[in-house]
Design a protein around this ligand. Structure first.
Ligand code: ADP
Length: 215
């Protein structure tokens, strides 16, 4: 499958993407994971992106498009991909449209995951992430804590609160989402590509996607 996952921070895009990859071997492409990996590795991309990310601001479109143009041409994308956290602005969506034409790729649809705001806020404040950039497993102190407090079940690295998951940065990220990313729902509706799912559980989102794609 070739899908875009759209939704506010904390809507569950990452979780849904991981569940979908298990169905048909499509790869999850998370621009947030790629950027955090670059920051940890101290690459030039990481140095350019770090300040924006800490504040909860979006990284410039040109940087993101550079990453995605390369990433979509890697061989593992041939089987299918789930775009998690990209596109995030109308210019990114327009550039992606051109890029897909250039690469001869057709998307199945754009899944918009719609979760009530109070649930989103609660999730983000209680979310914890494995600090190992190659892992980045997600936990929740209330609903899904690691078996051993503070340590990742999968790789044993430290599980931490992300720097952009302080209350201040979270409310800034949500405001940025409403201003810059929410308009993509209208954009893809016009393109006739939108599948809107109102769901709190990831399983319900998976069920809706399977139905839409006849899987
Ligand atoms: P979440 O969806 O939980 O907000 P992500 O892991 O997707 O978090 O992104 C973390 C940060 O990385 C964003 O706040 C932003 O600074 C940057 N980022 C990720 N994807 C993009 C993108 N497509 N465009 C611009 N900035 C991005």
């Amino acid at each position: 499958m070739k899908l875009i996952l759209l939704g506010a921070p904390g809507a569950g895009k990452g979780t849904v993407a991981k569940l979908l990859t298990a169905i048909d071997g499509s790869v999850q492409i998370s621009t947030g994971d790629i950027l955090r990996g670059a920051v940890q590795a101290g690459t030039e991309l990481g140095r350019e992106a770090e300040g924006y990310m800490k504040r909860g601001d979006l990284v410039p479109d040109s940087l993101i498009m550079g990453i995605m143009e390369k990433r979509l041409q890697e061989p593992d994308c041939a089987k299918g991909f789930l775009l998690d956290g990209f596109p995030r602005t109308i210019p990114q969506a327009e550039d992606l449209k051109k890029l897909l034409v250039k690469l001869g790729i057709t998307l199945d649809c754009v899944v918009s995951i719609d979760v009530p705001k109070d649930i989103i806020l609660d999730r983000l404040c209680t979310r914890r992430t494995c600090e190992n950039s190659a892992c980045q497993a997600i936990y929740n102190v209330k609903s899904n804590p690691p078996k051993q407090a503070g340590l990742c079940d999968k790789c044993g690295s430290k599980v931490v609160q992300r720097e952009d998951e302080t209350e201040e940065a979270i409310s800034h990220r949500l405001a940025t989402y409403n201003e810059k990313t929410a308009p993509l729902i209208g954009f893809y509706k016009k393109e006739g590509m939108l599948l809107s799912v109102e769901a709190v559980s990831s399983d319900a989102v998976i069920a809706a996607v399977k139905k839409e794609l006849h899987l």
